[in-house]
Design a protein around this ligand. Structure first.
Ligand code: NAP
Length: 496
C-alpha cells in the first residue's frame, strides 16, 4: 500500500470531478489525483457518442459560469463540442496531469488511525487521500434490459453508451428499445439511414418544441469580445429553466396551472406534428408532466409518420437470433438492436463504489437500510472528509453545472472553516443530516413527484423506497444561498 497521502482522491474525470478539482486548488490543495475508469476525460460527454447526441439544456447555461464558452455553434450544442469544452477546461486548469485513466475504483474506506481515505483500485493498488470525493455521475451505470433471449440475438446489439462507430447502419433493419431522452435524439437519426426502424416504447415521453438553431458568427464574436453579453444570455436562459423547474415541477401543489402549461405545450406540439389520432394516442403520456425528465425535439414525433418506421407499444416477449417477438406474437426481423434503455441508478449507483466510513458504516447499505440522505446533497454523517457529489437531493435545477457550482461553493466554505480552525477532519452531524432530510421530505410533498400522478411514469427519479430523492426540491438560488451560508455548527471539526 502506498504510504503517500494525497490531499484528495477524486473519483471521476467528468465535469463534476473537474469542478471539484478546480475548487480544491482554489482552496489551497494541489496534491490531487483524479481516477477515471474510462480512457479519457469528459464523463458523459466522453462515453456518449451516438448519432444525434446534443445537450438538452441551452448551451448558454450548460457550462461553468466562471469559464464561459463563446464558441458553441448551436443553441443546443452537439455532444462533440461538450467533449471539446471539457478538454479545454482540463488544459486551462492544468488538471490532466492529475488524471489516471483506465483506472477502475473498487472501493474506499476511512482509516481511523491516520485520518485518511484508502481507495482500492482494480488490480490491487491502493491510493490514499486526506479527502475523498466521488464524482461518478448519476447516469453512468448503463442498464441492459432483462429481456428473455437478448443474448441470443445474432446481429449487433449496441447500448447507446457504447456506440460502435464502425457499424454501418445504412439500409439495415433496426430495432430500438426505449423512448427516453437519449432515444428522442437518436431515433430521427436512425430513421434517416435505416431500411426499416421499429421503435419499442413502454412509456411515452413528453417532448416540447426545441428552440434550436446555429449561433451566428456575429453573436459568437460578441460573446468572445464582450463577455457580459453572454452572461446576460445565460441569465435569461437560466431564469427560464428555473421557472420551469420551480413552478412546473417543485410547486405542483400550489401552482398546478404551471404544470398544465408544460403538459399542454407538449400535447400541442404532438398534435401539430402527428395527424393520425391512433399514433398520437400511443405517443401521449398518461402521467403528469415532470414526473420524468421531459425533453425537446422538432424531429422526434414526425419520424413516426414515415412509412418505414413502426412504433411498437405491445410488450416485448422475447428476443431470438433473428429479432424481437412481442407478447401478441408479432415478430420484427432485425439486423441491429439498439438499447436506449438508460441507466441503473438505484441498485448499482448511490454510491457507485463501496464506501466504508467510521465504525464500518457501509454507505450503500446504510442508505438502503434507512433512507437515502446527504446533508445539503454533499456530506454524510460517519463519513469524515468525504464529499459525495452525486448524492440524494444534490441535483439542483436543470443544468448540471448549477449543481456542480453549488457544491463547489459548499466545499469552499467548509474548507475555509477547516483552515481557520486548523482542523484536518470534518464530519457532518447526524442531527444536521436528519434536519435536512426532514426539510427536503416536507418540500417534496409539494412537488409533482408526491402531489402529482407519477404512478405510470416509471421514472428513474424514484428509488426502491418509492421516494423521489434525486432532485433537490428548492430553487437553485436557495440552494446556492445555503451553500454559502450553511451553519458551520452543523459540522464537527477536529485536528489529528
Ligand atoms: P431513460 O430516460 O431512463 O430511458 C430509458 C428508456 O428505456 C425508457 O423509455 C424505458 O422505458 C426503456 N426501457 C428500459 N428498460 C426497458 C425494458 N426492459 N423494456 C422496455 N423498455 C425499457 O434513459 P435515457 O433516454 O438514456 O435518458 C437518461 C437521461 O439522460 C435523461 O433523462 C437525461 O437527463 C439524460 N440525457 C441527457 C442528454 C443531454 O443532452 N444532456 C441526452 C440524452 C439523455 P420505461 O420508461 O417504461 O422504463
Amino acid at each position: 500500500m502506498s504510504t503517500h497521502i494525497h490531499d484528495a482522491v477524486i473519483v471521476g474525470a467528468g465535469f463534476g470531478g473537474m469542478g471539484a478539482a478546480i475548487q480544491l486548488r482554489r482552496s489551497g490543495y494541489d496534491d490531487l489525483v483524479i481516477l477515471e475508469r474510462e480512457d479519457d476525460l469528459g464523463g458523459t460527454w466522453h462515453v456518449n457518442r451516438y448519432p444525434g447526441l446534443a445537450v438538452d439544456i441551452p448551451s448558454s447555461t450548460y457550462s461553468y459560469s466562471f469559464e464561459p464558452n463563446p464558441h458553441w455553434t448551436r443553441l443546443f450544442a452537439p455532444g462533440a463540442e461538450l467533449k471539446q469544452y471539457a478538454e479545454t477546461v482540463a488544459d486551462k486548469y492544468d488538471l490532466r496531469r492529475m488524471m489516471r485513466f483506465d483506472t477502475v475504483v473498487e472501493g474506499a474506506h476511512w482509516d481511523e488511525d491516520d485520518s485518511a481515505w484508502s481507495v482500492s483500485i482494480e488490480g490491487g493498488e491502493t491510493v490514499r487521500g486526506r479527502f475523498l470525493l466521488t464524482a461518478t455521475g448519476f447516469l453512468s451505470q448503463p442498464k441492459n434490459p432483462d429481456i428473455a433471449g437478448i443474448n441470443d440475438f445474432a446481429g449487433e446489439v449496441i447500448h447507446t453508451t457504447r456506440w460502435n462507430d464502425d457499424i454501418d447502419l445504412e439500409g439495415k433493419r433496426i430495432g430500438i428499445i426505449g423512448t427516453g431522452a437519449t432515444a428522442v435524439q437518436l431515433i430521427p437519426e436512425l430513421a434517416k439511414v435505416a431500411d426499416h426502424l421499429t421503435v419499442y416504447q413502454r412509456t411515452p415521453i413528453y417532448v416540447s418544441p426545441k428552440m434550436d438553431g446555429p449561433v451566428p458568427g456575429v453573436v459568437r464574436g460578441a460573446f468572445a469580445r464582450v463577455p457580459l453579453t453572454q452572461k446576460a444570455t445565460r441569465l435569461v436562459s437560466a431564469s427560464i429553466l428555473e421557472l420551469l423547474m420551480v413552478a412546473g415541477v417543485l410547486h405542483f401543489k400550489d401552482l398546478p396551472w404551471a404544470n398544465r402549461i408544460g403538459k399542454q405545450v407538449c400535447e400541442r406540439h404532438l398534435r401539430s406534428q402527428v395527424k393520425d389520432r391512433e399514433l398520437r394516442a400511443k405517443l401521449t403520456p398518461d402521467y403528469d408532466f415532470g414526473c420524468k425528465r421531459p425533453t425537446f425535439s422538432n424531429t422526434y414525433f414526425p419520424t413516426f409518420t414515415q412509412p418505414h418506421v413502426d412504433l411498437e407499444t405491445t410488450t416485448i416477449d422475447h428476443v431470438d437470433a433473428d429479432g424481437i417477438v412481442t407478447v401478441d406474437g408479432t415478430r420484427a426481423d432485425l439486423d441491429v438492436l439498439v438499447l436506449a434503455t438508460g441507466f441503473n441508478l438505484w441498485d448499482v449507483n448511490f454510491p457507485a463504489i463501496e464506501i466504508i466510513g467510521r465504525e464500518g458504516r457501509n454507505l450503500g447499505k446504510w442508505w438502503r437500510d434507512n433512507r437515502f440522505s446527504a446533508y445539503e446533497g454533499i456530506s454524510v454523517p460517519s463519513f469524515p472528509n468525504f464529499f459525495s457529489l452525486n448524492s440524494p437531493y444534490s441535483y439542483s435545477g436543470l443544468s448540471y453545472f448549477t449543481t456542480i457550482e453549488t457544491q463547489m461553493a459548499h466545499m469552499a466554505r467548509l474548507l475555509k472553516a477547516m483552515k481557520k480552525r486548523d482542523a484536518d477532519v470534518f464530519e457532518v452531524s447526524e442531527e444536521a443530516n436528519q434536519e435536512f432530510l426532514d426539510r427536503m421530505t416536507g418540500l417534496m410533498g409539494n412537488s409533482v413527484f408526491n402531489a402529482g400522478d407519477c404512478s405510470t411514469a416509471r421514472s428513474y427519479y424514484f428509488n426502491q423506497h418509492g421516494e423521489a430523492v434525486l432532485l433537490r426540491p428548492t430553487s437553485t438560488v436557495s440552494a446556492h444561498r445555503e451553500a454559502v451560508r450553511f451553519p458551520l455548527e452543523d459540522y464537527a471539526f477536529s485536528t489529528t
